[in-house]
Design a protein around this ligand. Structure first.
Ligand SMILES: NC(=O)c1ccc[n+]([C@@H]2O[C@H](COP(=O)([O-])OP(=O)(O)OC[C@H]3O[C@@H](n4cnc5c(N)ncnc54)[C@H](OP(=O)(O)O)[C@@H]3O)[C@@H](O)[C@H]2O)c1
Length: 281
């Protein structure tokens, strides 16, 4: 195996490279300075030179609110960038792992989303990720992994934001009516290693287990890091964010189990390991 990890400087890419190395799997990582996925010629020549056995695409425009004002850039990276990679997968028959998001759904369903439930993204970012999935599905050897609320040691995320806010605030207001599951990128990375050893291609949901609101997620962050900051519940409609987000982000993970993969650990367990790994306390 020789794995090319695109977007290796992000939360997921960093942990995937780490996990590949722990498993003694040959890998090459690149960020946007080494390979700009929006440049088709660069992507073509880079992949031709590396000629990996698998490609793991962790690259993406991930700034959900900023995307509302940067539609072209968001789509260029998430849709055209993905298309550029996939055309090489098709040419050289290279299986691809691609990450997507709960934001492909509109959140109006009352129960956890199945992988093939109707997509109706509410945001520019969500739409671009759904369109990226359609690009990936033009090839038959794909793993599309939808994750949500990602936290990892190499990047900015909700956990870090809450910890930073707690340094200056006694109270933070956090939405209580968005329900979903956090995903520790290291846990997702271990799943990816298991997946690439198989040909069980398809669309998967793979967050940590358990469902929680953002407000209760914040409370657990403060509890585990011994902060006295109080969380005030607010409603999404009263929170001034640029992009619309689904209220129900719960994802059903049975397709993992049905294909012989392990569920990720519970989110509280993942959060506590992350906090220790980051040495936040
Ligand atoms: N973060 C979340 O909460 C979340 C939730 C659901 C799904 N996802 C999906 O999971 C994947 C990884 O997310 P993440 O949180 O690890 O992202 P991240 O930390 O924001 O990292 C993004 C990566 O993409 C690279 N990148 C950006 N533009 C690029 C370009 N033009 N060419 C090549 N590389 C480029 C970045 O490289 P530079 O460092 O050089 O810019 C970086 O390595 C994405 O597909 C995202 O949509 C994330």
């Amino acid at each position: 195996m020789k794995i090319l990890v695109i977007g290796a400087s992000g939360q997921l890419g960093f942990d995937i490279i780490h996990e590949l190395k722990l498993n003694n799997i040959d890998c090459i990582g690149c960020d946007s300075k080494v390979l700009d996925i929006t440049n088709k010629d660069s992507v073509d020549s880079f992949i031709r030179d590396v000629m990996p056995t698998h490609i793991i695409n962790c690259a993406g425009y991930t700034k959900v609110d900023l995307a509302e004002d940067n539609i072209d850039l968001c789509r260029k990276i998430n849709v055209i960038g993905t298309k550029n990679i996939v055309s090489n997968c098709i040419n050289y028959n290279i299986p691809i792992v691609h990450f997507s998001t709960d934001y492909v759904f509109d959140g109006t369903k009352k129960t956890p989303y199945e992988v093939d439930d109707e997509k109706n993204p509410l945001s520019v970012y969500g739409k671009s990720k759904y369109d990226s999935e359609l690009e990936v599905e033009k090839f038959d050897k794909f793993f599309i992994i939808r994750i949500s609320w990602v936290f990892g040691v190499n990047g900015n995320n909700f956990v870090n934001t809450m910890v930073n806010l707690s340094k200056t605030r006694d109270v933070v207001s956090v939405v209580k009516d968005q329900i979903g599951s956090p995903t520790y990128s290291w846990d997702a990375s271990k799943l990816v290693i298991d997946m690439i050893k198989t040909d069980n291609y398809g669309v998967y949901h793979a967050t940590n287990e358990g469902f929680v609101s953002f407000a209760d997620f914040a409370r657990e962050i403060f509890r585990l890091t011994n902060k006295n900051t109080r969380v005030e519940n607010i409603l999404t409609k009263d929170f001034n964010s640029k992009a619309k987000r689904p209220l129900n982000s719960m994802l059903n993970k049975t397709s993992l189990v049905n294909n012989g993969f392990r569920l990720l650990p519970n989110w509280e367990d993942a959060l506590s390991r992350y906090i220790k790994e980051k040495n936040i306390v």
